[in-house]
Design a protein around this ligand. Sequence first.
Ligand SMILES: [Fe+2]
Ligand SMILES: [Fe+2]
Length: 180
Amino acid sequence: MSATDELRADHIQVRRLEKIVFKCAEELKNGEDIPFSDLTKITIVISEFVDTIHHSREEDSYFPCVASHDSLKDEIHKFLVEHEFGRNVAKKIHHHLKRWKAGEDARESVSRYLKTYAVFLNDHLNKENKFFDDAEEKVLSEQEEIDMYEQYRSIFAVVKKVEDMIKEIDYLESCPWYQK
Ligand SMILES: [Fe+2]
Ligand SMILES: [Fe+2]
């Protein structure tokens, strides 16, 4: 395995999340009931998997390593801006979900920001997948790939957390509102 493959593996899970988020936004828009507990799970997977684990892997090691070769710097800058955008949208989802749980009618706001988040994920994943191909083929050395991969796998708590997050994604896909 290499760092690039590990990030691609993350993307496969994030893609599943994207589809869940999109479906959830649509169902809410159509007036369907989705338990608050499922909506909360979605916000947890976004915060703990996408932001805390996956974006950190990119921001703290992968992007700096590619940039250290003086390569693909414009792309990296755009991705960092997009990560920030994603975090802001996630905050909005969290904020409106909290209002909704407190009794205000925030269904439309939650639905709208979920939709925005799904569109962001789709666009971001497409661009980064292409970037990974370029970085792997033209920039990173085999040793750098191995070193970063080992670094990703070295923290047991993070590896365990990813497994837990995948279970949450499995659960969300099994929900009746997602299945129909
Ligand atoms: Fe990213
Ligand atoms: Fe990514």
